[in-house]
Design a protein around this ligand. Structure first.
Ligand SMILES: [Zn+2]
Length: 230
């Protein structure tokens, strides 16, 4: 039994403090997340034993939900089942997936890139902001991209009309919702309005997936909307 050893090992190289929501983990367990969202989720699970354990629970909950279709079992919502499962002490923690090459890039992301993250064909979309799109999909189907943000850059204030996931690959930023460092995931719902500011001292690289375009709330943001997805 070396569960605690694994926890210590994982926490030694990451200080993850922002996690996936219950709703996102349940959607993942049910197979209803987009491929882009699944990639972000896999990146976070690489560095987060807490969410790996919760993901395993969510898988169990998915099975129990199916079982509860039977009339002999009392009906519970997915969230109720997840709450119930959380109270059980036996949580098995799987080993983190391996990374390849650049150890700061989780394999789920690295396999989608043609080369090292710094040598990608970044496209400048605003001062201090470069983008690398991972999707050929039309925008109405949501964005899937990397952003490379210079230290101190502020992104326009915006809200979301659908789910948005942001995984911090490198560097850090802060906004109304907290301080996000490498390994953290911002799991935003429809009504979170935020204005991310990149911390000084280091370039921030973030992986973003949205289900649909975001709505900017400032004039500059509206001008930038066609170019910036977060
Ligand atoms: Zn987590």
């Amino acid at each position: 039994m070396n569960q605690s050893t694994q926890y210590n090992h994982a926490s030694a190289h990451s200080a993850v403090s922002h996690h996936l929501s219950d709703e996102t983990l349940l959607d993942y367990a049910n197979g209803t997340l987009s491929a882009a969202m699944e990639t972000l989720l896999a990146c976070h699970l690489t560095v987060c034993p807490h969410c790996r354990a919760r993901s395993a629970i969510a898988d169990d909950v998915g099975g129990q939900l199916l079982a509860s279709q039977s009339p002999s079992v009392p009906k519970m919502s997915a969230v109720e089942l997840l709450e119930q499962a959380k109270s059980k002490p036996s949580i098995s923690v799987t080993k983190p997936p391996k990374t390849v090459g650049d150890t700061t890039v989780p394999r789920a992301l690295g396999r989608l890139l043609p080369g090292p993250i710094e040598s990608l064909e970044w496209r400048t979309i605003a001062p201090g902001i470069k983008q690398y799109s991972l999707s050929e999909q039309p925008r109405r189907d949501g964005a899937f991209k990397l952003l490379r943000l210079e230290p101190g850059v502020t992104l326009s204030q915006h809200t979301h009309n659908e789910r948005e996931l942001t995984y911090v690959v490198r560097g850090s930023y802060h906004d109304e919702l907290g301080h996000f460092r490498a390994g953290d995931i911002a799991d935003l719902d429809n009504y979170d309005e935020h204005c991310p500011v990149v911390d000084e001292g280091e370039v921030c690289i973030a992986l973003i997936a949205t289900d649909a375009p975001v709505k900017y709330t400032t004039v500059l943001g509206k001008i930038m909307q066609p170019f910036v997805g977060i």
